[in-house]
Design a protein around this ligand. Sequence first.
Ligand code: PEP
Ligand code: MN
Length: 360
Amino acid sequence: MLIVMRAQATEDDIRAVCRKVEALGYRAHAMPGAQRTAIGITGNQGEVEAGTFDDMAGVQEVIRVSKPYKLVSRDVKPDNTVITFHGSPATIGGQNLAIIAGPCAIESREQVFAIAERVARAGAQFFRGGAYKPRTSPYTFQGLGEEGLRILAEVRDRFGLLIVTEAVDYESLELVERYADVIQIGARNMQNFSLLKRAGRARKPVLLKRGISATLEEFLMAAEYVMSEGNYNVILCERGVRTFVDHTRNTLDLSVIPAVQRVSHLPIIADPSHGTGKREKVTPLARACVAAGADGLIIEVHNDPDRALSDGMQSLFPDQFDALMVQVKQIAAVLEREVLPIKPELSPASTNVPEPARAR
Ligand code: PEP
Ligand code: MN
């Protein structure tokens, strides 16, 4: 059930409807939009009686939602969600393309600083890197843990890049929430429902990667789990699905980008690194993702990929990332989108080494 408020409805009208929803034992989610606010109702088992709300001040209409997902749907919020960050011009969704780049895993301070400097100069606004790694084998590098998060926080202070990093369980989520700007939930955890609910109670945006064989509906329902707990800042990420082909690690499903945009207001970005698993395919697919309308890219970059502790085969060299960014900016311009440099002095034309940012 969805209660659409009139454009002229007052804050008091909206509050009164939310109070009534909660008095019935349900949860109210007020979603302000450009034209009007809609209030999604969750927690109801059966149908909610529409007449209960019809006559309330400011209510325009009460709509039954037939799809299984509610809060992710454009029915609730027709205009795109744009995620903003305190103290940074970077956004995810909207006009600007969000560029997230960095190594698969945080290996050392030296490695991370060398890569961060290069991706910031090339135009990334976000730095990625796992401090907790979900690895297929328990005998491979599992990440530096909190030490890795501390290094990431230094990167933010030094380069002004916002930090995206993965939480693999409750314990790491608590730490990631403290250190990072965006909490990544990986493909393997897309249907870890208790972790999704915990992320829904976090106060940082959540980057939700598509499960290895998730349908569009399963993907959206995973986002619904996060939103149903009150965290509406969810970024969807296509990262390839498992198919029969063996020329790539996964098959990057470009068509899911317009498919998501048709039914959901949430931003959708794409990860051609995990989506292909092979370095030489990352750049062509990254170009295609932008052309297909992705709201951003997540790209693995390493200063020494042959010695990377994870995913070296799919990591771009910094020079390749530079070249990709030049092309991405041109493709973005065709679509009237832009890649905003996070700090003007970090643009590739500049030779200035940035001053260290003050600690927060
Ligand atoms: C990653 O981003 O490093 C990662 C492990 O991704 P995914 O969950 O998509 O495999
Ligand atoms: Mn990786």
